[in-house]
Design a protein around this ligand. Structure first.
Ligand code: ADP
Ligand code: MG
Length: 238
């Protein structure tokens, strides 16, 4: 079942066309990775799904609902940012709940959602700590918790591991894969890192500026790259 559907989407910044007539279906509970070099339009595509960039033309459907004119908060998606700026004076609980207080949710419902997120992230013991009392990996999990409490149809990640050191990057990558298993949520994940794409994705969308170069499972893209570009970027060296 389609969870996110882009049809004939185009986007320019000034006279520069960044995305041109792009169509894509992300299925429910699928982990889709947008992979491509810097400047290939990955973030722009993700931000259009999130509602942080307008779409010049084409349509966006999320969970069966046309979304291209809806505000970010009404789309049923939640974005996890690269620089997961937490409020230093607030506890983990406060940081996770912040966005929910803003929309006037009942505090009993907020508490239930924060507890659920903490259980999923195995952070129940850390809810009263402040960011300064957390490790880098734990801070990253708080940022993910902020998305979980919104109970979105889909999670959007823009290079969430790029600020972490190498060891933590591997650990968090494994945690994200486990999170996907546990939550059975749709995930769209942007990276320029081949290893992240190969290990996390159900399907990889290779972007090369304006258009999709290839869509396939990690094995398809690796073993049967559709172009020299894909071969150079992710393909088998043989
Ligand atoms: P990626 O995430 O793959 O590195 P981006 O989507 O950030 O690529 O950028 C794609 C292209 O669009 C780049 O050439 C970038 O300079 C341009 N771009 C992105 N955002 C803006 C903006 N707000 N204004 C002007 N140009 C932009
Ligand atoms: Mg980017």
């Amino acid at each position: 079942m389609a969870d996110i559907e882009l049809a004939n989407v185009s986007k320019s910044f000034g006279s520069v066309k960044v995305i041109e007539d792009l169509s894509l279906v992300v299925n429910s509970e699928e982990f889709v990775v947008f992979l491509g070099p810097s400047g290939s339009g990955k973030s722009t595509l993700l931000r259009m799904i999130a509602g942080l960039e307008t779409i010049d033309s084409g349509t966006l459907t999320i969970g069966g609902k046309r979304c291209e004119h809806l505000a970010p908060g009404q789309r049923g998606v939640a974005m996890v940012f690269q620089n997961y700026a937490l409020y230093p004076h607030m506890t983990v609980r406060g940081n996770m709940a912040f966005g929910l207080h803003n929309v006037g949710m009942a505090s009993s419902e907020i508490e239930r959602r924060v507890k659920d997120a903490a259980r999923i992230l195995e952070m129940e013991e850390l809810l009263d700590r402040r960011p300064a009392q957390l490790s880098g990996g734990q801070r990253q999990r708080v940022a993910i918790g902020r998305a979980i409490v919104k109970e979105p149809k889909a999670f959007l990640f823009d290079e969430p591991l790029s600020n972490l050191d190498a060891a933590l990057r591997v650990r968090t990558r494994v945690e994200l894969a486990e999170l996907h298993q546990r939550m059975k949520a749709t995930m769209v994940y942007v990276t320029h890192d081949q290893t992240e794409a190969m290990t996390l994705a159900d399907r990889i969308v290779v972007l090369n500026g304006r258009q999709i170069e290839q869509i396939g499972t990690p094995m398809e893209v690796y073993l049967r790259p559709s172009s020299r570009f894909v071969a150079g970027f992710v393909g088998s060296p043989g």
